[in-house]
Design a protein around this ligand. Sequence first.
Ligand code: NAD
Length: 276
Amino acid sequence: MDLGIAGKWALVCGASRGLGLGCAQALVEEGVHLVVNARQPQALAAAVAHLHARGAAAAQARGSQAAVPRVLAVAADITTPEGREAVWAQPGGPGRDFDIVVTNAGGPPTGDFRDWDRAAWIRAVDANMLTPIELIKATVDGMAARGFGRIVNITSSAVKAPIDILGLSNGARTGLTGFVAGLARSPLAAQGVTLNNLLPGKFATDRLQATFAAAAHKSGQSPEAVAQSQLGQIPARRYGTPQEFGALCAFLCSVQAGYVNGQNLLADGGAYPGTF
Ligand code: NAD
Protein backbone atom coordinates (compact mmCIF):
# COMPACT_ATOMS: atom_id res chain seq x y z
CA MET A 1 0.00 0.00 0.00
CA ASP A 2 1.33 3.43 -0.95
CA LEU A 3 0.86 5.57 2.17
CA GLY A 4 0.69 8.78 0.10
CA ILE A 5 3.40 10.63 2.04
CA ALA A 6 6.42 10.47 -0.31
CA GLY A 7 8.13 13.88 -0.52
CA LYS A 8 6.83 15.06 2.85
CA TRP A 9 9.22 16.11 5.66
CA ALA A 10 9.32 14.28 8.97
CA LEU A 11 11.15 15.05 12.20
CA VAL A 12 11.92 11.87 14.13
CA CYS A 13 13.43 12.41 17.59
CA GLY A 14 15.50 9.85 19.47
CA ALA A 15 16.22 8.14 16.16
CA SER A 16 19.75 6.76 16.49
CA ARG A 17 18.44 3.38 17.67
CA GLY A 18 15.43 1.52 19.00
CA LEU A 19 11.86 2.58 18.34
CA GLY A 20 12.77 6.01 16.94
CA LEU A 21 15.07 4.40 14.38
CA GLY A 22 12.31 1.92 13.52
CA CYS A 23 9.91 4.83 12.84
CA ALA A 24 12.51 6.72 10.79
CA GLN A 25 13.21 3.62 8.70
CA ALA A 26 9.55 2.98 7.93
CA LEU A 27 9.04 6.63 6.91
CA VAL A 28 12.14 6.89 4.73
CA GLU A 29 11.09 3.69 2.95
CA GLU A 30 7.87 5.55 2.07
CA GLY A 31 9.93 8.29 0.43
CA VAL A 32 9.62 10.76 3.33
CA HIS A 33 12.50 13.25 3.80
CA LEU A 34 13.86 13.07 7.32
CA VAL A 35 15.46 15.20 9.96
CA VAL A 36 16.61 12.70 12.59
CA ASN A 37 17.76 13.63 16.05
CA ALA A 38 19.66 12.00 18.91
CA ARG A 39 22.35 13.19 21.29
CA GLN A 40 25.41 11.21 20.18
CA PRO A 41 26.83 12.37 16.81
CA GLN A 42 28.56 9.06 16.04
CA ALA A 43 25.54 6.85 16.68
CA LEU A 44 23.40 9.31 14.74
CA ALA A 45 25.80 9.28 11.77
CA ALA A 46 25.58 5.48 11.63
CA ALA A 47 21.78 5.72 11.71
CA VAL A 48 21.81 8.30 8.89
CA ALA A 49 23.94 6.02 6.69
CA HIS A 50 21.55 3.14 7.37
CA LEU A 51 18.46 5.28 6.70
CA HIS A 52 19.91 6.75 3.53
CA ALA A 53 20.62 3.26 2.19
CA ARG A 54 17.09 2.05 3.08
CA GLY A 55 15.53 5.11 1.45
CA ALA A 56 17.59 4.67 -1.72
CA ALA A 57 16.76 0.95 -1.95
CA ALA A 58 13.05 1.60 -1.46
CA ALA A 59 13.09 4.37 -4.08
CA GLN A 60 14.79 2.04 -6.56
CA ALA A 61 12.17 -0.63 -5.86
CA ARG A 62 9.39 1.90 -6.54
CA GLY A 63 10.80 2.68 -10.00
CA SER A 64 13.21 4.97 -11.77
CA GLN A 65 11.01 8.07 -11.27
CA ALA A 66 11.03 7.81 -7.47
CA ALA A 67 13.24 10.38 -5.75
CA VAL A 68 15.69 9.26 -3.07
CA PRO A 69 14.57 10.92 0.17
CA ARG A 70 16.93 13.24 2.02
CA VAL A 71 18.14 12.36 5.52
CA LEU A 72 19.54 15.16 7.69
CA ALA A 73 20.89 14.77 11.20
CA VAL A 74 20.78 17.07 14.21
CA ALA A 75 22.86 15.82 17.13
CA ALA A 76 21.32 17.58 20.11
CA ASP A 77 19.40 17.05 23.32
CA ILE A 78 15.81 17.52 22.17
CA THR A 79 14.67 18.21 25.73
CA THR A 80 16.48 21.57 25.71
CA PRO A 81 15.36 24.78 23.97
CA GLU A 82 18.80 24.89 22.26
CA GLY A 83 18.33 21.37 20.91
CA ARG A 84 14.96 22.24 19.43
CA GLU A 85 16.32 25.49 17.94
CA ALA A 86 19.07 23.45 16.27
CA VAL A 87 16.40 21.32 14.59
CA TRP A 88 14.46 24.34 13.29
CA ALA A 89 17.71 25.94 12.06
CA GLN A 90 19.10 22.83 10.31
CA PRO A 91 20.45 23.90 6.87
CA GLY A 92 18.60 22.15 4.06
CA GLY A 93 15.75 21.20 6.39
CA PRO A 94 12.19 22.56 6.30
CA GLY A 95 12.61 24.95 9.26
CA ARG A 96 9.46 24.41 11.35
CA ASP A 97 7.43 23.35 8.30
CA PHE A 98 7.40 19.64 9.06
CA ASP A 99 4.47 17.56 7.81
CA ILE A 100 5.15 14.78 10.32
CA VAL A 101 6.64 14.95 13.81
CA VAL A 102 7.47 11.82 15.83
CA THR A 103 8.24 12.85 19.41
CA ASN A 104 10.52 10.58 21.39
CA ALA A 105 13.34 10.75 23.93
CA GLY A 106 14.81 8.36 26.43
CA GLY A 107 12.41 7.20 29.11
CA PRO A 108 12.88 8.32 32.73
CA PRO A 109 14.88 6.11 35.09
CA THR A 110 13.26 3.31 37.07
CA GLY A 111 13.17 3.44 40.86
CA ASP A 112 11.16 3.97 44.02
CA PHE A 113 9.08 7.14 44.35
CA ARG A 114 10.54 7.75 47.82
CA ASP A 115 13.89 8.43 46.18
CA TRP A 116 12.65 10.94 43.58
CA ASP A 117 13.03 14.58 44.49
CA ARG A 118 11.50 17.57 42.72
CA ALA A 119 14.44 17.75 40.28
CA ALA A 120 13.89 14.13 39.19
CA TRP A 121 10.21 14.82 38.56
CA ILE A 122 10.96 18.02 36.63
CA ARG A 123 13.44 16.12 34.41
CA ALA A 124 10.85 13.43 33.65
CA VAL A 125 8.05 15.91 32.99
CA ASP A 126 10.40 18.00 30.84
CA ALA A 127 11.52 15.05 28.69
CA ASN A 128 8.30 13.07 28.39
CA MET A 129 5.59 15.73 28.57
CA LEU A 130 6.82 19.29 27.98
CA THR A 131 9.27 18.47 25.16
CA PRO A 132 6.59 16.81 23.00
CA ILE A 133 4.27 19.74 23.77
CA GLU A 134 6.96 22.24 22.67
CA LEU A 135 7.54 20.29 19.44
CA ILE A 136 3.80 20.22 18.79
CA LYS A 137 3.47 23.94 19.56
CA ALA A 138 6.21 24.81 17.07
CA THR A 139 4.77 22.79 14.18
CA VAL A 140 1.00 22.23 14.26
CA ASP A 141 -0.17 25.67 13.14
CA GLY A 142 2.00 25.42 10.02
CA MET A 143 0.63 21.94 9.37
CA ALA A 144 -2.91 23.27 9.70
CA ALA A 145 -2.19 26.15 7.31
CA ARG A 146 -0.93 23.64 4.71
CA GLY A 147 -3.87 21.26 5.35
CA PHE A 148 -1.88 18.19 6.36
CA GLY A 149 -0.11 17.19 9.54
CA ARG A 150 0.68 14.15 11.61
CA ILE A 151 1.94 14.13 15.20
CA VAL A 152 2.88 10.74 16.64
CA ASN A 153 4.08 10.64 20.24
CA ILE A 154 5.95 7.55 21.38
CA THR A 155 4.66 7.06 24.91
CA SER A 156 4.31 3.71 26.71
CA SER A 157 1.92 0.92 27.62
CA ALA A 158 2.49 2.27 31.15
CA VAL A 159 -0.06 4.98 30.29
CA LYS A 160 -2.76 2.28 30.18
CA ALA A 161 -1.33 -0.15 32.71
CA PRO A 162 1.17 1.51 35.06
CA ILE A 163 4.41 -0.30 35.92
CA ASP A 164 5.50 0.06 39.56
CA ILE A 165 9.20 0.82 39.03
CA LEU A 166 8.36 3.31 36.25
CA GLY A 167 6.44 5.85 38.32
CA LEU A 168 8.16 8.81 36.66
CA SER A 169 7.11 7.49 33.27
CA ASN A 170 3.56 6.63 34.41
CA GLY A 171 3.07 10.15 35.70
CA ALA A 172 4.78 12.30 33.06
CA ARG A 173 3.42 10.43 30.05
CA THR A 174 -0.12 10.44 31.37
CA GLY A 175 0.11 14.23 31.52
CA LEU A 176 1.09 14.30 27.84
CA THR A 177 -1.73 11.90 26.99
CA GLY A 178 -4.33 14.16 28.58
CA PHE A 179 -2.99 17.21 26.78
CA VAL A 180 -2.96 15.46 23.39
CA ALA A 181 -6.50 14.16 23.93
CA GLY A 182 -7.71 17.74 24.24
CA LEU A 183 -5.68 19.20 21.39
CA ALA A 184 -6.65 16.44 18.96
CA ARG A 185 -10.31 17.54 19.31
CA SER A 186 -9.49 21.22 18.69
CA PRO A 187 -10.07 23.06 15.36
CA LEU A 188 -6.80 21.51 14.13
CA ALA A 189 -8.81 18.34 13.43
CA ALA A 190 -10.77 20.06 10.65
CA GLN A 191 -7.51 21.29 9.07
CA GLY A 192 -6.00 17.91 8.30
CA VAL A 193 -3.90 17.57 11.44
CA THR A 194 -4.05 14.41 13.52
CA LEU A 195 -2.37 13.77 16.87
CA ASN A 196 -2.01 10.21 18.11
CA ASN A 197 0.08 8.32 20.64
CA LEU A 198 1.81 5.01 20.05
CA LEU A 199 2.11 2.91 23.23
CA PRO A 200 4.89 0.31 23.12
CA GLY A 201 4.63 -2.71 25.35
CA LYS A 202 7.90 -4.64 25.41
CA PHE A 203 10.12 -4.14 22.36
CA ALA A 204 13.60 -5.55 21.93
CA THR A 205 15.70 -2.39 22.35
CA ASP A 206 18.48 -1.13 24.61
CA ARG A 207 15.85 0.53 26.81
CA LEU A 208 14.16 -2.82 27.47
CA GLN A 209 17.49 -4.36 28.49
CA ALA A 210 17.99 -1.50 30.96
CA THR A 211 14.50 -2.11 32.38
CA PHE A 212 15.32 -5.81 32.85
CA ALA A 213 18.56 -4.91 34.63
CA ALA A 214 16.67 -2.58 37.01
CA ALA A 215 13.99 -5.20 37.74
CA ALA A 216 16.73 -7.80 38.30
CA HIS A 217 18.49 -5.50 40.73
CA LYS A 218 15.25 -5.04 42.70
CA SER A 219 14.27 -8.74 42.78
CA GLY A 220 17.71 -10.30 43.12
CA GLN A 221 17.23 -12.34 39.93
CA SER A 222 19.51 -12.25 36.88
CA PRO A 223 18.45 -9.97 33.98
CA GLU A 224 18.10 -13.13 31.83
CA ALA A 225 15.70 -14.67 34.35
CA VAL A 226 13.65 -11.44 34.40
CA ALA A 227 13.56 -11.38 30.58
CA GLN A 228 12.38 -14.99 30.49
CA SER A 229 9.69 -14.55 33.13
CA GLN A 230 8.37 -11.35 31.50
CA LEU A 231 8.10 -13.19 28.20
CA GLY A 232 5.67 -15.53 29.91
CA GLN A 233 3.32 -12.57 30.51
CA ILE A 234 3.09 -11.71 26.80
CA PRO A 235 0.52 -13.81 24.91
CA ALA A 236 2.61 -13.46 21.72
CA ARG A 237 5.54 -15.06 23.64
CA ARG A 238 8.05 -12.72 22.06
CA TYR A 239 9.22 -9.14 22.25
CA GLY A 240 8.20 -6.68 19.54
CA THR A 241 10.64 -5.43 16.92
CA PRO A 242 11.44 -1.79 16.09
CA GLN A 243 10.49 -2.59 12.48
CA GLU A 244 6.93 -3.55 13.35
CA PHE A 245 6.64 -0.51 15.63
CA GLY A 246 7.89 1.68 12.77
CA ALA A 247 5.29 0.25 10.40
CA LEU A 248 2.52 1.27 12.81
CA CYS A 249 4.00 4.75 13.05
CA ALA A 250 4.17 5.10 9.25
CA PHE A 251 0.54 4.02 8.97
CA LEU A 252 -0.54 6.66 11.52
CA CYS A 253 1.34 9.20 9.38
CA SER A 254 -0.33 8.05 6.17
CA VAL A 255 -3.00 9.76 4.11
CA GLN A 256 -5.20 6.71 4.77
CA ALA A 257 -5.07 7.32 8.54
CA GLY A 258 -6.51 10.83 8.20
CA TYR A 259 -9.63 9.87 10.17
CA VAL A 260 -7.66 8.35 13.08
CA ASN A 261 -7.21 11.13 15.63
CA GLY A 262 -6.70 11.44 19.38
CA GLN A 263 -6.05 7.73 19.77
CA ASN A 264 -3.71 5.70 21.96
CA LEU A 265 -2.57 2.73 19.93
CA LEU A 266 -1.16 -0.06 22.08
CA ALA A 267 1.34 -2.52 20.58
CA ASP A 268 2.13 -5.12 23.23
CA GLY A 269 1.64 -8.64 21.85
CA GLY A 270 -1.67 -8.89 23.71
CA ALA A 271 -0.18 -8.24 27.17
CA TYR A 272 -2.80 -5.71 28.30
CA PRO A 273 -5.52 -7.84 29.87
CA GLY A 274 -8.55 -5.56 29.37
CA THR A 275 -11.27 -5.74 26.69
CA PHE A 276 -10.66 -2.08 25.74
P1 NAD B 1 16.35 3.41 23.39
O1 NAD B 1 17.03 3.76 24.66
O2 NAD B 1 16.70 2.12 22.73
O3 NAD B 1 16.53 4.58 22.34
C1 NAD B 1 16.26 5.92 22.71
C2 NAD B 1 16.70 6.87 21.62
O4 NAD B 1 16.45 8.20 22.04
C3 NAD B 1 18.19 6.79 21.31
O5 NAD B 1 18.37 7.10 19.95
C4 NAD B 1 18.75 7.92 22.19
O6 NAD B 1 19.97 8.39 21.71
C5 NAD B 1 17.66 8.95 22.03
N1 NAD B 1 17.58 9.93 23.10
C6 NAD B 1 17.48 9.69 24.43
N2 NAD B 1 17.39 10.86 25.08
C7 NAD B 1 17.43 11.84 24.16
C8 NAD B 1 17.38 13.26 24.21
N3 NAD B 1 17.28 13.91 25.38
N4 NAD B 1 17.45 13.97 23.05
C9 NAD B 1 17.55 13.32 21.88
N5 NAD B 1 17.61 11.99 21.75
C10 NAD B 1 17.53 11.26 22.89
O7 NAD B 1 14.80 3.45 23.75
P2 NAD B 1 13.56 2.77 22.98
O8 NAD B 1 13.35 1.41 23.52
O9 NAD B 1 13.68 3.01 21.53
O10 NAD B 1 12.36 3.64 23.60
C11 NAD B 1 11.90 4.84 23.03
C12 NAD B 1 10.87 5.42 23.98
O11 NAD B 1 9.82 4.46 24.18
C13 NAD B 1 11.46 5.72 25.37
O12 NAD B 1 10.87 6.88 25.89
C14 NAD B 1 11.04 4.51 26.17
O13 NAD B 1 10.94 4.78 27.54
C15 NAD B 1 9.69 4.20 25.56
N6 NAD B 1 9.30 2.80 25.77
C16 NAD B 1 10.03 1.78 25.29
C17 NAD B 1 9.62 0.47 25.52
C18 NAD B 1 10.40 -0.71 25.00
O14 NAD B 1 10.02 -1.85 25.25
N7 NAD B 1 11.47 -0.53 24.28
C19 NAD B 1 8.45 0.23 26.26
C20 NAD B 1 7.73 1.29 26.73
C21 NAD B 1 8.15 2.60 26.49
